[in-house]
Design a protein around this ligand. Structure first.
Ligand code: 5IU
Length: 402
């Protein structure tokens, strides 16, 4: 693999520098996959690495996403005698009008090969189309994709998003714990026990009995020791001046200890701007609530899109979004999803659960927020580890394999 990377650098398929991508983002890495067509041996080598990386997924067909991934998929198809499918960009306007070309029967399993993935939009579209045609898609393999670590290098990534993404990459966890317990003492015990497994510890300070300054000092000490970030799910929704007082003052003095908070979009950008002014460190940030996990939520459609747009007025402070789907394809934002359990279902009070595999792997968000799935378990540590494993596997399945 390292040799292959060296050769990709030699022949300028892989380049380091400053590149402005089609999306307008500036990237320190650029993959010009078309360059590889002049080096058939390298193309075959890369196809073989993809084959090795995808071995444990059982598939009968291989599908290339046009155009540049097609030679890769073809190579795999010929070498390993796997029938090839092509997903057209547009259905033909004449003839059979098939969007998936090739020979297959519904129920067969297909591997999708893509050359470069920035955020996975077109590859996920391909997966959806193959699934609509009755095929199973266990795994997506790409020759290059953006990891959490790489996203920290984008100049548009906010300081808090950079902290969170690097921590997730280093600690290898994309699980945030929703510590919805009754008292501060219980919250501290949870932080001590599960801290090594998580990237963020989310609380509702106003729902914890016995809140005082000593609590947040002790929590901050545990957070530092076990390396996780403190998340107050306050959902600010008032006019700027009031939101600011709720952030800085009162009993909770949130701005003094929370690394990140949630803000509703309903009041417009003024709350965000006021919170940013009151922020105790430029490394702290906020997530905008752009969708909610509960049944009947009004944060859908145009509201969701407007919430995402709003973030742009406060790029240094907004780290990303609370959402249940990929509300933006811009990799500088971090997408955080609550309403996650190992089994899908509900809580009888409006909460709707999706699995880690569904949200991270298929929908393409970044962090799972898990509360009762872990807290109500008999063995909280083993359960937290199971969520961590499932969410990390789903992430690794989404980013570069080779
Ligand atoms: N939470 C949601 N859904 C949302 C938002 C926040 O569940 O849309 I915004 C919070 C509420 C709770 C946690 O603190 O995430 C989920 O807890 P459970 O995993 O116990 O359902």
């Amino acid at each position: 693999m390292d040799e292959c990377t060296d050769r990709l650098l030699d022949v300028q398929v892989l380049k380091f520098g400053t590149y402005t991508l089609r999306t307008g983002l500036v990237s320190p890495v650029y993959v010009d996959f078309r360059e590889i067509f002049g080096f058939p041996d390298l193309l075959c080598e890369l196809a073989e690495l993809i084959f090795q990386a995808s071995r444990e997924a059982q598939y009968e067909l291989v599908c290339g996403v046009p155009y540049t991934a097609l030679p890769l998929a073809t190579c795999l198809s010929i070498t390993h005698r796997l029938p090839l499918l092509i997903r057209r960009k547009e259905a033909k306007g004449y003839g059979t009008k098939r969007i998936v070309e090739g020979k297959f029967v519904p129920g067969q399993t297909c591997l999708i090969v893509e050359d470069v993935v920035t955020f996975g939009t077109s590859i996920l579209d391909t997966a959806r189309i193959l699934q609509q045609a009755g095929l199973k898609v266990p795994r997506i393999i790409s020759a290059a994709a953006m990891s959490y670590g790489q996203r920290t290098l984008l100049p548009t990534t906010a300081p808090f998003a950079t902290r969170l993404l690097s921590l997730m990459e280093e600690k290898r966890t994309n699980v945030a714990l929703a510590a919805d317990v009754l008292s501060c003492a219980e919250a501290l015990a949870l932080a001590e026990e599960l801290g090594p497994e998580i990237c963020m510890f989310k609380i509702h300070a106003d729902a914890l009995g016995g809140f005082d300054e000593s609590f947040h000092l002790r929590l901050a000490e545990i957070a530092k020791r076990h390396r996780f970030l403190l998340f107050e799910d306050r959902k600010f929704a008032d006019i700027g001046s009031v939101a600011r007082r709720q952030y800085e003052g009162g009993i909770f003095r949130i701005s003094h200890w929370a690394d990140v908070v949630t803000v509703h979009a309903v009041a417009g950008p003024s709350a965000l701007l006021s919170l940013q002014e009151a922020c105790s460190s430029t490394d702290n940030g906020a997530f905008i609530v752009s969708e909610m996990s509960c049944q009947g939520s009004l944060a859908v459609g145009n509201y969701t899109q407007a919430a995402v747009e709003m973030a742009k007025v406060c790029r240094d402070f907004v780290a990303g979004f609370i959402c249940t789907s990929r509300v933006t394809t811009d990799p500088s934002w971090v997408l955080v999803t609550p309403g996650v359990k190992l089994q899908e279902g509900g809580d009888g009070q409006g909460q709707q659960y999706l699995t880690p595999e569904e949200v991270i792997g298929r929908r393409g968000t970044d962090v799972i927020v898990v509360g009762r799935g872990i807290i109500d378990a008999d063995d909280r540590l083993a359960t937290a580890q199971a969520y961590r494993h499932a969410a990390w596997q789903a992430y690794e399945g989404r980013v570069a394999q080779i």
